[in-house]
Design a protein around this ligand. Structure first.
Ligand SMILES: Nc1ncnc2c1ncn2[C@@H]1O[C@H](COP(=O)(O)OP(=O)(O)OP(=O)(O)O)[C@@H](O)[C@H]1O
Ligand SMILES: [Mg+2]
Length: 378
């Protein structure tokens, strides 16, 4: 058999590492690494060792999203069927309990390496494909009142009714006036109810606490309305919530507040895409520049994720799209018209702009978002 380069091993568990080393024999070179060490081209096979500190699901999911063509094998010291099931769902190739399954382990790994070598070329062509869960889109703007809540909630509803995807909407505003007002939701439950189970958060918990919109089927998770309650939510909670949501939903749409605190920052950091809401006026550009500087200081390099959404487009805008493009390098993903009357009429009735697949009369805002979502789904 052709010898494969290395097997990368994640997870600081000395006892398990030495069991693995014995089981695997001299055929392979084991390399203990941390996730940041892994370079895309060289990673084919990764072992994740069980540790007390890290969540195996989060780690596996992270690795698979960064290295979609790698095979990930999880190694535990005792059987755990629930974990096995969840890991399989995330895209882990195999799961072993060592030393109990030592007899099986080395043969299976050899077989796995052989198939990897054969499929290596094929895999190169599917580089763009990512396993391991949902996409996170966060709607953000450093400026208040730019339409984050209205546009994100309508976007989420539209995505839900225009596709078969499982969609979760998370309102992170921690006060009244967030997207739940636009969706007409008055929920007794909120993400606060997830605090006791946050360490082991699963699909079931999230569904239980979220509100399902009828008839669209969009799941909505609202934030607490009470400032004292809201203080119990920290950045680790936000990170765990988003990562757990990715395991059970195809898309997670987040309405983030303008205030760039550590929670908002975590949401942005966990996002695959940031839709930054802009209005066609000078102040919007200035605020964006400020946000950009701050994000860079904090370690987010927004050019990779950030796209602009021009909102409230109308005849009397101070600037044009061209002006924005002259001053800002981010791509403009979409433009949404201003329609005060249509939006107002729905708000007064406590009705969302978009509810169901076949809707007779869509307002201009709902129509623009429909076109945008459809172009994305193509
Ligand atoms: N394209 C649009 N046409 C008409 N009205 C709009 C449009 N976009 C937003 N609005 C209105 O502007 C107001 C502010 O919108 P929204 O609350 O969504 O902004 P926000 O960015 O979430 O604000 P905040 O920073 O307070 O959370 C709302 O009354 C909303 O209905
Ligand atoms: Mg808002």
């Amino acid at each position: 058999m052709k010898k494969m380069t290395d097997i990368h091993v994640l997870g600081n568990n000395k006892a398990l590492f030495s069991v693995v080393k014995t089981a695997i024999g001299d055929d392979f070179q084991l390399k203990h690494v941390v996730p940041g060490d892994l370079k895309k081209e060289t990673v084919h096979l990764i072992f994740i060792l069980k540790t007390e500190r890290e969540s195996p699901l989060d780690l596996a999911q992270y690795i698979l999203s960064e290295h979609p063509n790698a095979s990930v094998v999880f190694i535990n010291d005792s059987p755990n069927f629930e974990l096995l099931r969840d890991l399989t769902r995330v895209g882990v190739t195999d799961f072993f309990v060592l030393p109990d399954e030592e007899w099986l382990f080395s043969e299976r790994i050899k077989a796995l390496v052989e198939t990897k070598l054969i499929t290596k070329e094929k895999a190169a062509t599917t580089e763009g494909f990512k396993r391991g869960g949902g996409k996170v889109f966060t709607f953000y703007s450093g400026k208040g009142g730019t339409g984050k809540s209205l546009i994100s909630s309508t976007f989420a509803q539209t995505l839900k009714v225009e596709s078969t995807a499982k969609v979760l909407f998370i309102d992170l505003n921690m006060q009244y006036g967030g997207a739940e007002t636009f969706l007409g939701i008055d929920s007794e439950r909120s993400m606060i109810d997830l605090i006791p189970v946050i360490e082991e958060l699963n699909e079931h918990h999230i569904r239980n606490v979220s509100e399902t919109m009828e008839p669209s089927g969009l799941d909505v998770l609202v934030s607490p309305r009470d400032a004292e309650m809201a203080e119990k939510i920290d950045d680790t909670f936000i990170m765990r919530l988003i990562r757990a949501s990715k395991r059970s939903y195809d898309f997670i749409i987040i309405d983030a507040p303008s205030n760039l605190d550590v929670k908002t920052f975590t949401a942005l950091e966990e996002s695959d895409r940031i839709y930054y809401l802009m209005i066609l006026e000078t102040i919007s550009i200035r605020v964006l520049k400020g946000v950009e500087t701050l994000l860079k200081q904090l370690g987010i390099h927004p050019e990779e994720q950030l796209e602009l959404i021009v909102n409230l487009k109308g005849k009397d805008n101070e600037l044009s799209k061209k002006d924005i493009e002259r001053f800002v390098t981010y791509p403009i993903a979409y433009e949404i018209r201003r329609d005060l009357k249509g939006v107002q009429a729905h708000m007064n009735k406590g009705e969302p702009l978009r509810k169901e697949p076949q809707e007779k009369k869509l307002t201009p805002v709902a129509k623009d978002i429909q076109k945008w979502v459809r172009s994305m789904l193509k």
